[in-house]
Design a protein around this ligand. Sequence first.
Ligand SMILES: [Fe+2]
Ligand SMILES: [Fe+2]
Length: 266
Amino acid sequence: MKEKIRILALGDIIGSSGRTVFQKHIQNLKETYNVDFVVVNGENSSHGRGITTKIARFFKQHGVDAITSGNHIWANKEVFKFMDEEQYVLRPANYPGGCPGSGYALVEKDGVRIAVVNVQGRVFMRDTIDCPFRTLESLLVFLKTKTNIIFVDFHAEATSEKLGLAYYLDGQISALVGTHTHVQTADERILEGGTAYITDLGMAGSFDSMIGMKKGPIIDRFITQMPRKFEVSESSPFILTGACIEVDVESGKATSIERVFVKDEG
Ligand SMILES: [Fe+2]
Ligand SMILES: [Fe+2]
């Protein structure tokens, strides 16, 4: 059995622009970073909102082991049945019980089992969901009986909430990575107790955009305060960003975290 495993985590994949840049570079990234497990956030992968069964299968075909999500997961009802059947498409664990899908997945490869967990923040977010701290804390009691290697995607807006949860669980989880802002942060580190951390993984999609969407309608909405339809930007260049985390299999503690940033001129 391996002594260490490496997890590649990619931020929110935005529409066809994000899927294309992902497809073009994923194989190369896996080889470059010597990756064992791949986790992507798929909440914006279908036209910028939600995910479909077909897109979930596309990610799986390209070697993705688990797809995390967030507040946009409910945009396509079609995928709900699939989420109940296939555990690799996650929704945040702190939505009320009874929602489709699961908040965690156990993935096994070459004799190593990891838990991938998805939770969502409450600060500057609309949904009045359960406490991410308490939800994760009680979920860990169960997950710890299954594996030492626990990877968490915390889908949240506020930096403080993300750092707070990481510090709260430092040493109990292998990694906590943030998603949702679509902007990669430069604060990757390993906390004292051995938990790898980055405030946000960023995204895959059009770089010359506003968080992957066309700029015009968003700027217009700021100025007029009227609703506008947001569309995925398809203009080049494109980026694909995230982090690669190495974890000691025996202890479940992180040994390194490295930012991943690919720019594709298209
Ligand atoms: Fe997103
Ligand atoms: Fe989000």
